[in-house]
Design a protein around this ligand. Structure first.
Ligand code: AMP
Ligand code: GLY
Length: 422
């Protein structure tokens, strides 16, 4: 089977790596991909939101299945577009993608179906803002309704800050967002919980701990994620049961009841406090960097899971995990998530991370005309290691990054510190 993978991050590199192991896969096409995916796939450099152009490639290359990595094309309706053309595509429909694409929709589902989540108010104008703010104590969490490239959430320590942030969003800070959600601040520890669902059946497909802050000890600005490990230690059997019963199952049923059954990967961002899980957000895809650790631990054929989702046969699948821990450490360009330089050569990259227990996944990398590999964005590499000991996994992942000859590299050395270094 020929497969097209949409996206260009380390998440997509790890999906390609995993699909490459499937006996049923013939050719992989990554759209647009990165220097890492070009070693195992054919990269095709087109815009992931230009569905007509992608369709031309699908026809020309006889692609039989499309796997979508990032949220934006899903929210824009890529699944509906290709389903209409009778091409198999793995990812939720435009209506179902509102679970990530509209915080107001997602919070509405939580309210209507009694899914535990932060208390909230929806705000459409400044009058409503003043009234709503009266109902909350600081800190107050202010969120843009629509996608905002990971920059749509601010935790405000004064009501004035919250008001100013609301005003900025309502006056177009994030073009697409005309609404604001404000929420109570939840205490606890965050965990990422993944399921795959065909709209009826679902199976858990792993847990992970992301590390979103740029600095060690979780300090500094929020990023896309600087490292992750799997499985999460926060999710005991008891907590797992609660997550399924109070969050995942009601959501799958709610989406069916709303006439937009959810098919694909559903990623719940959870806050866990004294063994009580609450939903912070839904994402409609695998997380990055969480995907990298899940793909290393998953023993199943990923294509078989995807096909069973599309054929509504997920109940026949049994997930089989590698019992080792997996950690990934993200190397970013120095200065990320603010200003940073691009197009710095990464000299000896091809020497590292090429076994079933060690992978150096690429994110923003490109191959120059000279055949050399250059950094091309914020998050650049994802050093990923499986090991019986989480501490050893970190040591090995760091060793790979330490050996890389790239003057502009920055990474945290403390991923997993709450467990390893306590
Ligand atoms: P979101 O895009 O909704 O996941 O928010 C991004 C990050 O903001 C989350 O991963 C949390 O760290 C933080 N966050 C969002 N909502 C809340 C909340 N209600 N309470 C505490 N932290 C939050
Ligand atoms: N790691 C967070 C995300 O993918 O949204």
């Amino acid at each position: 089977m020929n497969i097209g993978i949409i996206g260009s991050g380390a998440r997509e590199h790890s999906i390609c790596y995993k699909l490459k192991q499937s006996k049923i896969v013939k050719n992989l096409y990554c759209i647009p991909g990165n220097a890492g995916t070009s070693e195992i796939c054919n990269n095709i450099n087109i815009n992931i939101n230009n569905f007509d152009e992608i369709y031309k490639v699908v026809i020309a290359k006889k692609i039989e299945l499309i796997v979508v990595g990032p949220e934006e094309p899903l929210v824009n309706g890529i699944t509906d577009f290709f389903e209409k053309k009778n091409i198999n595509i793995f990812g939720p429909s435009k209506m179902a993608s509102r679970l990530e694409g509209s915080k107001a929709f997602m919070k509405g589902i939580c309210k209507e179906f009694a899914i535990p989540s932060a208390k909230y108010e929806e705000i459409n104008n400044l009058d409503e803002a003043n009234k709503a703010l009266e109902k909350f104590k600081v800190p107050i969490v202010v969120k843009s309704d629509a996608l905002a490239g990971g920059k749509g959430v601010t935790i405000c320590n004064t009501k004035q800050d919250a008001f100013n942030d609301i005003k900025n969003i309502l006056s177009g800070k994030f073009e697409k967002s005309k609404k604001v959600i404000i929420e109570e601040f939840l205490q606890g520890e965050e965990a990422s919980y993944f399921v795959v669902t065909d709209g009826e059946n679902y199976i858990p497909i792993g847990t992970a701990q992301d590390h979103k802050r740029i600095g060690e000890n979780d300090t500094g600005l929020n990023t896309g994620g600087m490292g992750a490990y799997s499985p999460s230690f926060l999710i005991s059997k008891e907590v797992d049961k609660k997550i399924k019963k109070t969050i995942i199952e009601p959501t799958i049923n709610a989406m069916k009841a709303k006439g937009c059954p959810y098919k694909g990967i559903l990623y719940a961002g959870l806050m866990i406090n004294k063994s009580q899980p609450k939903l912070i957000e839904y994402n409609i895809r695998f997380g990055d960097p969480e995907c990298q650790v899940l793909m290393m631990r998953l023993n199943n054929d990923l294509l078989e899971i995807i096909q069973s989702t599309l054929n509504k046969k997920l109940d026949k699948i049994e997930i089989n995990w590698n019992n080792d821990f997996c950690m990934t450490i993200v190397a970013a360009s120095k200065g990320y998530p603010e200003k940073f330089e691009k197009l710095k050569e990464i000299k000896n990259i091809s020497e590292f991370g090429k076994s079933s227990s060690k992978q150096l996944f690429h994110a923003s990398t490109i191959k120059g005309k000279d055949g050399k590999i250059y950094s091309n964005g914020g998050r650049v590499l994802s050093s990923t290691v499986l090991n019986k000991s989480l501490k050893e996994a970190r040591k090995e992942a760091l060793k790979i990054l330490d050996s890389i000859d790239w003057e502009n590299k920055y990474y945290r050395r403390d991923i997993g510190y709450r467990i390893i270094d306590k």
